[in-house]
Design a protein around this ligand. Structure first.
Ligand SMILES: [Zn+2]
Length: 239
C-alpha cells in the first residue's frame, strides 16, 4: 500500500484546536471583575494543550500576551495599581511580600489586603515552572507585586501532561481557583468546561495510539513515517 502523507489538520481560528475537536461550543462567557493578564512563554503558545488560551476565551475581561520580556508591563501595572501575581510564595529565596507575611485565617482575607475591595488585575505567568520563573526574572516589576499562591485544592484534572511539581495544576485550573478565591460570588468552575472536554479528547487520542501500537503491527512501517503523537502516555509523562 502506498504511504499517505498526513495533511496538516485545519484548525479553528478561535480555540486553535483541530476543527474536528473544536472546543468553542464548550467555552463559557463569564463576567469577571478581576481582570486577568496571562503572560505566556512562546514555547507554551505552540503547545497543543494550551489551557491558558481557553481560560482567556472564557472570561470577559482577560487577555494573553506571548513573550518573555514585556516592556508594556510597567505601564499596565502603574495604571491599574492593584495587581496581584499568581506565583508560589516560596521561590528564589525572595523575601515574602506584604500579603504573604501576614497570617491567613481564611481565603476571604486576600481581597481585604487591598484598599478597594480586591485586586483589579491578576497577572498569570504561563509556561513550565522554569519558563514561568524566567518571565518573572525578566520583568522586574513582577517582583514588586504581592503574590497569590494557591492553597491545595481538588486534585487536578490535568492527567495528560507532565507536571514537574507534584502540586501542579493546569493554568486554566489555577486561574479558575484564583478567581473563585478573589470573587467568591461568581461560579468560576464553569470556566473548566472546555478543559474537561480537552482532557477527554487527549485520553481518547492516547487510546487510539495504544491501539495502533498493539493491533496494527502490519502497518507499523507506515506509522513510523508520521509525526509523533501530541500527547504522551502516562508512563512517559512521569519523566
Ligand atoms: Zn474552536
Amino acid at each position: 500500500m502506498p504511504i499517505q502523507k498526513k495533511r496538516p489538520r485545519r484548525r479553528c481560528t478561535r480555540c486553535q484546536r483541530p476543527l474536528s475537536h473544536c472546543l468553542c461550543t464548550h467555552i463559557p462567557s463569564i463576567s469577571n471583575r478581576t481582570r486577568v493578564l496571562v503572560l505566556q512563554h512562546p514555547d507554551e503558545a505552540k503547545h497543543p494543550l494550551n489551557t491558558a488560551r481557553l481560560a482567556v476565551l472564557g472570561l470577559e475581561h482577560a487577555e494573553l500576551l506571548v513573550g518573555e520580556h514585556f516592556p508594556q508591563l510597567d505601564g499596565i501595572v502603574a495604571s491599574i495599581g492593584r495587581a496581584l501575581l499568581l506565583f508560589p510564595e516560596k521561590d528564589e529565596g525572595r523575601p515574602r511580600p506584604e500579603l504573604q507575611s501576614r497570617p491567613r485565617s481564611s481565603e476571604a482575607e486576600w481581597p481585604s489586603a487591598f484598599a478597594e475591595g480586591g485586586p483589579a488585575l491578576l497577572i498569570v505567568p504561563d509556561g513550565t515552572w522554569r519558563k514561568a520563573r524566567k518571565i518573572v526574572q525578566l520583568n522586574p516589576v513582577l517582583n514588586t507585586l504581592p503574590r497569590l499562591g494557591l492553597p491545595p485544592g481538588e486534585p487536578s484534572e490535568y492527567r495528560v501532561r507532565k507536571a514537574s511539581e507534584p502540586a501542579a495544576v493546569s493554568t486554566i485550573e489555577a486561574i479558575s481557583r484564583s478567581l473563585s478565591m478573589l470573587e467568591p460570588g461568581q461560579d468560576f468552575q464553569r470556566l473548566l468546561a472546555p478543559f474537561k472536554v480537552l482532557v477527554q479528547q487527549q485520553i481518547e487520542a492516547m487510546g487510539e495510539e495504544v491501539y495502533e501500537r498493539n493491533y496494527s503491527l502490519r502497518t507499523a512501517k507506515q506509522i513510523s513515517g508520521t509525526s509523533l503523537p501530541t500527547s504522551m502516555p502516562p508512563s512517559a509523562a512521569q519523566e
